[in-house]
Ligand binder design. Sequence first.
Ligand code: MN
Ligand code: MN
Length: 459
Amino acid sequence: MERPNAWKSYTPEQLEELDELCEGYKAFISDNKTERECVATAINLATEAGYRDLRDIVAAGETLHPGSKVFSSVRGKSLMLVQLGTEPLEHGVNILGAHVDSPRLDVKQDPLEERHEIVTLDTHYYGGIKKYQWVALPLAIHGVIAKKDGTTVSVTLGEDECDPVLCVSDLLIHLARKQMEKSAGEVIEGEQLDVIVGDRPLEGEEKDAVKANVLRIAREAADIEEEDLLSAELEVVPAGAARDLGLDRSMILGYGQDDRSCAYPSLVAQLACEAPVRTAVTILVDKEEIGSVGSTGMRSRFFENTMAEVMAASGQGGELELRRCLEASRMLSSDVSAGYDPKFAEVFEEKNSCFLGHGLTFNKYTGSGGKGGSNDADAEYVALIRRVMDDAGVAWQTAELGKVDAGGGGTIAFILANLGVHVIDCGVPVLSMHAPWEAVSKADVYEAYRGYKAFLDHE
Ligand code: MN
Ligand code: MN
């Protein structure tokens, strides 16, 4: 079955809208490289669009009405946005979901080490990475350091042009004869992902003088002591902004596009919602890359709890009503898809692959090894989605994540499906997924936005 290239049918107005969206997207992924940063920025944008904190509304005993816009954040790492529709909540809501955590190197709790006057930070990688990809490239640190006095220091280092950057060293090719014989998984081991942070000794210091100097800089810059690193969340990510990719500027090269190429269009579509009939919900969630676990992951109760609060605050509360709402709800669970890469044709089955520039990609199922761990959307729901997308003129395609038994992966889809929600996986095709710099087509980001908007507007 042919799925046409989206670029071929754009009007000048659409190309303008595409560019505007993608400029906003590039700025978003350049400035927001952690789940906390994504959530903070999303709250700012939502507040500008008239959203209010659900906690304030509940505390003040206010009532929600059709048109009310509320958000609920979970520890600043996950976020739910809700715009109430005119339809009773019991009839179900339309949900967009995407994750805002991305693979990276997390700084260990006791990280500083000085060896022969080179000081490094020990890290533990987060999510699935090819470790050899993270050496010999400029890195930045984003995160927070929580101090015992209850204050929190935000850290961003390596993004400003005047900032220094950090780096993990690699072995020179001249001495790499043995290393080059290793399998790719062992070329660089997890414990070798040590981030270089200093090389200059502090004057007058005898032992660990370089470390002493690094700590002096941290103390002078932000009043941080070594012990404070015990209660920090510091994420080492590729340094620098997202860029246009290709002579034709048709693509974007950037960090964290899994899954921010879905999260950003979801957020923009939610904020662009005008007086929906069915309540519009967008979930931006943490911890997908490590199995959706923990209080800020999709497996926590925050989604149900927030829906229960929204229902109660709008005078439609009750346990049974909540269950009915969930069962009647529909969701696009958005996560990036493996874009077909002709260089690695052997892992794809062409007919069931997604292609850059061919639009929003729907995966009836994901999983691995006989659909294991997948949400397998029912045919009737897939048919509904076909209708919604076609009626809105959205460019879309279908795909599986690679050939049968080539590998696979999971998403948050099954977690909502467990609550009875109708769910289908969809997302933007990506090249080099989980690499420090991932590539997407601007057309697919745009079609994702158009598809999300059509979905939220559907009655
Ligand atoms: Mn991923
Ligand atoms: Mn993902």
